[in-house]
Design a binder for this molecule. Structure first.
Ligand SMILES: Nc1ncnc2c1ncn2[C@@H]1O[C@H](COP(=O)(O)OP(=O)(O)OP(=O)(O)O)[C@@H](O)[C@H]1O
Length: 582
């Protein structure tokens, strides 16, 4: 376990220093107990020999002082090391997380990530400050004492040693069970955390649907499961725990019987017998505690495993010599097939090309693969077959930074950080000048939103942007795309109805975004204005291209695009002439 920990946190010097301090403390503690032997000899002799006891008492007092001093040194070192370990592990996990493919992040992995970054790293840091020292003490003190008992009477020493393998065997079994129980409990706890998060996030939806009271059933089920596993775990750990306590008790009784027999046979003086029994109690007591501690250690091993599992998750493979300059901004899908995990392909042999500076609208029924296309352009995941190219280069060959710098994404569910509007827009390019920032805000029609807010640009948007309407959030996101000045924009238009003012403002902003001849845009289009503004349309159905062409061509063909158009047309009262003009 120490080796695995060092692989994550290469600080051997610190661990050796801490280990040495705690071993010294434990040996000292054991030696202080053995001082009882000469002290009891002197005090139980007839007549009582105070003079003989005095130097041992003085050594004892000095030893206690030294023990205190070592504790004063070791405690802050332990706490500092434990905090450094937790911080280092958290930093490592967060750094690694930022390299993982975006397809990795689903509800379950996010809940596990949250628990691992908080609970598992915290548990592991306890190893250094608390559990580790306790385990060292529970092992080294008995070892020191059994050596002393051996020196005093080899028969009693042998008896204690003989019971040790049995105690260790029972302890290993109980540790294994504790680890399994801990793993099961952790799964249940992660499930509870995920459900609680979901309940919080879904409150508006649940209340709107009238499930405010009952919507927590998924959380309740998770809590019931947690309680069930906890009870089952307690039952499973009870038997080996009691077995271990039994072994320790039998060892003590055997020791008592042997000491009494030796005493009665005149083979063991009374002071030695008393001292030996006291030492035997001190020997068995930490051994008893060791069982619980081993369970704790196994739990920490599980925590370590959870951290390692996340760190083992491979980022998308990096190119051997990544391309740092885009040769163009045209986007090409060439025979692309892609599946999420083992599920059926979300895209099958999809091929199309978006020439640089044009706008391509993706249309199709829900689940037809539009979002997947957008994700593959930004390399959220790698294709299973075929190639996605930007400027003629396979996106897998592109340098990550180059790709992220070149692509701006406007999501439908815009997530805003709990900061001001200005901070949220600047996030896209913190070094944007005031003029660039103002121009982006104007183009996204965000300046008009800001003018209405009492705190203007300094208005806080709340977690996730909850203080703004859907249309306003999308305008913030469009402003980010403008300020980023990325030559490629991937846009998922809001599909839900917006109020008339937001509707026309968002439409105007999107039209401006698409109109720039220096920008290549792929838009998942839901609104007639966006559809007619596109240079090309790719209509998808069940992961395959159903048809493609200009809006006017597809309208004439009378296929899927024409049907979608007619539905939108009826809903919104927009009109498109057969030659494609509005
Ligand atoms: N993270 C995911 N894990 C597993 N399957 C997914 C995931 N995301 C999408 N899918 C599946 O891939 C297929 C294509 O989904 P995609 O989101 O690309 O469709 P879409 O056309 O954008 O749908 P919508 O208009 O509803 O957003 C669907 O069958 C969907 O269930």
């Amino acid at each position: 376990m120490i080796r695995r920990l060092l692989a994550l946190w290469p600080q051997p010097g610190l661990l050796v220093k801490l280990g040495a301090l705690h071993v010294a403390l434990s040996v000292l503690q054991g030696l202080l107990f053995t001082l009882l032997i000469p002290i009891l000899h002197a005090l139980l002799s007839d007549p009582v020999d105070f003079a003989a006891a005095t130097p041992w008492l003085a050594i004892g007092a000095a030893g206690v002082l030294l023990h205190w001093l070592l504790t004063v040194i070791a405690t802050p070192v332990g706490f500092a090391a434990s905090m450094r370990l937790a911080a280092a592990l958290r930093r490592r996990l967060m750094a690694h997380t930022t390299t993982l493919p975006l397809g990795w992040f689903d509800a379950a992995t996010k809940a596990r990530l949250g628990r691992t970054v908080t609970a598992s790293t915290g548990e592991l840091s306890r190893l250094i400050a608390q559990l580790g020292p306790q385990v060292v003490q529970a092992t080294v003190v008995p070892l020191t004492l059994v050596t002393a008992i051996f020196v005093l009477d080899w028969r009693l020493g042998l008896l204690l040693l003989a019971t040790t393998p049995i105690a260790v065997a029972v302890m290993r079994r109980s540790g294994r069970i504790a680890a399994e129980v801990n793993e099961e409990l952790d799964e249940a706890t992660t499930e509870v955390a995920g459900r609680a998060l979901e309940l919080g996030q879904a409150q508006p939806v649940l209340r709107a649907a009238g499930y405010g009271e009952t919507g927590g059933h998924r959380l309740r089920d998770a809590l019931d499961e947690h309680r069930l596993r906890y009870r089952r775990g307690l039952r499973r750990t009870l038997v080996p725990g009691l077995g271990y306590a039994g072994v320790v008790l039998v060892a003590f009784v055997a020791m008592l019987v042997l000491a009494a027999a030796l005493l009665l046979g005149g083979d063991l003086p009374v002071p030695d017998a008393v001292a030996l029994l006291v030492l035997a109690v001190r020997y068995l007591e930490p051994l008893g505690a060791l069982n619980g501690l081993i369970g704790g250690l196994r739990a920490l091993e599980n925590a370590l495993g959870r951290i390692e599992a996340i760190l083992r998750t491979a980022p998308l493979p990096a190119a051997a010599s990544p391309v740092r300059d885009l040769a163009g901004t045209d986007i090409e899908f060439d025979g692309v097939t892609f599946s999420y995990g083992d599920s059926a392909p979300a895209l099958r042999s999809v091929s199309f090309r978006c020439p640089a500076g044009t706008t391509t609208a993706l249309v199709g029924p829900s689940g037809s693969g539009k979002t997947t296309i957008v994700r593959l352009v930004a390399r959220f995941a790698d294709v299973n077959a075929g190639v996605v190219r930007i400027g003629g280069t396979d996106v897998r060959e592109l340098d990550d930074d180059t790709l992220m710098r070149s692509v701006a994404i406007v999501f439908q569910d815009v997530y805003l950080f709990d900061g001001t509007i200005e901070e949220n827009v600047r996030l896209a390019r913190p070094d944007a000048t005031e003029a660039e920032f103002a121009e982006a805000a104007r183009a996204a029609r965000l300046d008009e939103v800001v003018a209405r807010l009492p705190d203007g640009w300094r208005t806080r948007v709340g977690e996730g942007g909850a203080q703004l309407s859907g249309g306003e959030r999308q305008r913030v996101s469009i402003a980010r795309a403008f300020v980023k000045q990325a030559p490629i924009v991937l846009l998922d238009e809001v599909s839900s109805a917006l109020d008339p003012e937001n509707e026309s403002m968002v439409q105007a902003a999107i039209a401006d975004l698409c109109a720039d001849p220096d920008r290549t845009v792929i838009v998942i289009a839901h609104r007639p204005g966006t559809l007619t503004g596109a240079d090309h349309v790719v209509a998808l159905d069940s992961g395959e291209i159903a048809e493609r062409g200009t809006p006017a061509e597809l309208l004439r063909t009378g296929g899927m695009f024409a049907r979608i158009w007619t539905q939108n047309d009826r809903a919104s009262g927009w009109h498109l002439a057969k030659d494609g003009r509005m």
